[in-house]
Design a protein. Sequence first.
Length: 419
Amino acid sequence: MSKKCADPSVLNQFSKEHMAFQIDTSSINSASKRLEVIGNNVANANTVGFKGSDFDDVLATSMSGDVGTKKAGTRQSFTQGNITASSNPLDVAISGKGMFRVEGADGGVSYTRNGQFKLDKDGFVVNATGDKLTGFGVDAKSGAILAGVPIPLTISQTDLPPIVTTNATMDLTVDSREPVIDTAAAGYSFSQTDPSTYTHSTTTTVYNKLGEAMDVQTFFTKKSATDWEVHAAVNGQLVKAPASWNFTFGANGALASSTGTTTTGALSIPVSDAVVTFDFSKASQFGSTFKASAVQDGSGIGQMVGYKIGSDGVITNRYSNGKSVIQGQLALANFKNLEGLNPTENNQWTESVSSGPAVLSKPGESGTGSLEASATEDANIDLTTEMIKMISAQRVYQAAAEMVKKQDEIMQTVVNIGN
């Protein structure tokens, strides 16, 4: 005997209850995904350079087809995070737009806002996973930045070789009010150890080919109202040829002439294995306190004592001899659509068709921000906001779960009616 067909009204009710299950299930899935995104934001609240995400869902197209909510995707927020000072000179924070460009061991390129860098054993600037920070190189001769194709940045640990001194420019003013010393008087003999035999003296440090510092002392003896006798000694030993030079000042106080020099005020003084030309052509005589300073073109060996990164991204080494050498410049990448970047592991992104190609420039150019050294950018996560979002998503999840429970009870009743 055939079984009697169920009441059509019962089947219709069954279909409606099935659709209700679909709606509630989509709501549970949506709330679950939202909680997943919120959890990821909270977990990375202390991750340097992390950018939080928001979960989007939309109403299904129609009640006759898809029902409930559908996941539209996640949106990444690239808003600025707070900048916090650090003690590492290679920590760098971006203030404004732009991303660091790094290269992996396989040559793959990615981008990040995490500016925590260090030096590896080969002198490359790398992040925690060994990816190399890239930027613009520098011309070894001129020191000019070579903007163009980015390269992995390095910081040299090599000492600077010494530079022998060949020229020294003197800024000298002798005091016209000083008394005259009679150099023609009987018994007078110049001596660098006898201050009564000269009026003024100054010492200039120069360097030989080995980078050894040599002290060149110059002594000025006022012979008359306009004439001054000049002696020189190197490391305490008087220069014998010529034994002395003579400077004559004009009525306006400027150096008018000199004897024993090739050009006015140019003293050629033999120092170790070289001859240093001391340029006194700008010397003057006024009724003011004696003043002397020198700028010379040599230096001793330079040991690297530190490095710094400027707001323009230029990396500069500082050496013990006072010299500074540019090592390169960080490059920043910008994109037409940041939200189109593909997120990858290690808090990094890669470019995509949606983001468009990276546009590289110097910091502060092409819309990019400036850099702050010895600082890092915090994650742009507001924990209070995330907690509120989590509570809201949790309530939605609980409500949807309760609806499923109720629908199950109704469905059971419908099944029993059908039987």
